[in-house]
Design a protein around this ligand. Structure first.
Ligand SMILES: [Zn+2]
Length: 285
């Protein structure tokens, strides 16, 4: 068998695996829940999976990290529309019209493709990442792909191809930035529904201080769990009100049930290091 044929077969298998990921039934609960994903998606049991419990007090402070995170066009001008969709697993907002990007370590540039959310049925659970054992009611993910690739679909299974920015969400004051899409959420209540919304300033969804963060090498947190993600998890959470969080919980899944608890449990670190851009002096409460 010549090398070209071998490469062709390999590419076909990889493409088929990803293309079928939306067809094979996986879920966040029950028979097709996270502990069964690796039967159909072997990568899900690899050694650098996400999310993780971030060990806040390990001495892995890297002063140079702070300057290594650069946002471009996260603020407007925004062009055209964004598209919001309930895909039965999450609320996803396609924000490609923002033409926003993230640069890591002064060299690798990643385009922002979409945002999506993970949330719980109550305020004790919901986030994917934990901070020293503590979970938050929800977590926002900004998903980026390396500009070496044409789009997210091409990049998705390539080495060093993805960068995800994670933001913890806690319950507190109403957050007007979230109303830019939450006011349309009733339009995507059921699985498969999509709705165009006016483009908005995605930076307004971030906390004021984006200089404190954790960095580690991990994976997609849903099948096929490709382990090519450089994770940046911000330390400062954002606040939304209880009423705003309830709007997420009113979405419905493929069975018509409340779409809640759409998070993967934390995975083993397996010796990976987690770097921080800041030194933590006081224990959080
Ligand atoms: Zn996610």
């Amino acid at each position: 068998m010549n090398a070209l044929l071998l490469i062709s077969i390999f590419v076909t298998i990889r493409v088929t695996t990803f293309a079928e990921s939306s067809k094979i039934n996986w879920s966040f609960h029950g028979r097709n829940g996270p502990s069964h994903w690796s039967k159909s998606y072997p990568i899900c049991s690899n050694k650098r999976q996400s999310p993780i419990n971030i060990p806040l007090f390990k001495k892995d402070f890297q002063p140079s990290l702070k300057a290594s995170l650069k946002f471009s066009h996260y603020t407007c001008p925004c062009r055209g529309d964004f598209v919001m969709r309930n895909n039965g697993k999450t609320l996803q907002i396609d924000v490609r019209n923002a033409i926003a990007s993230l640069t890591l370590n002064r060299e690798r540039r990643y385009m922002l493709d979409h945002l999506h959310f993970h949330w719980g049925s109550n305020n004790q659970i919901g986030s994917e990442h934990h901070f020293e054992g503590r979970s938050f009611p929800a977590e926002l993910h900004f998903v980026h792909y390396n500009i070496e690739f044409h789009n997210l679909s091409v990049a998705i299974d390539k080495a060093n191809a993805l960068a995800v920015l994670g933001v913890m969400i806690q319950v507190g004051k109403r957050n007007s930035a979230f109303d830019k899409f939450l006011k349309y959420l009733h339009r995507v209540k059921d699985i498969g529904q999509g709705f165009k919304i006016p483009a908005f300033d995605v930076k307004s969804l971030l906390p004021k201080d984006t200089g404190k963060f954790y960095r580690y090498e991990g994976s997609l947190t849903t099948p096929p769990c490709f382990d090519n993600v450089t994770w940046t998890v911000l330390y400062d959470p954002v606040e939304i009100s209880h009423q705003q969080l309830e709007k997420f919980r009113a979405l419905r899944d493929n069975l018509g049930h409340a779409l809640v608890n759409n998070f993967r449990p934390v995975q083993e670190l397996n010796g990976r290091s987690v770097s921080s851009s800041f030194r933590l002096f006081n224990r959080i409460h």
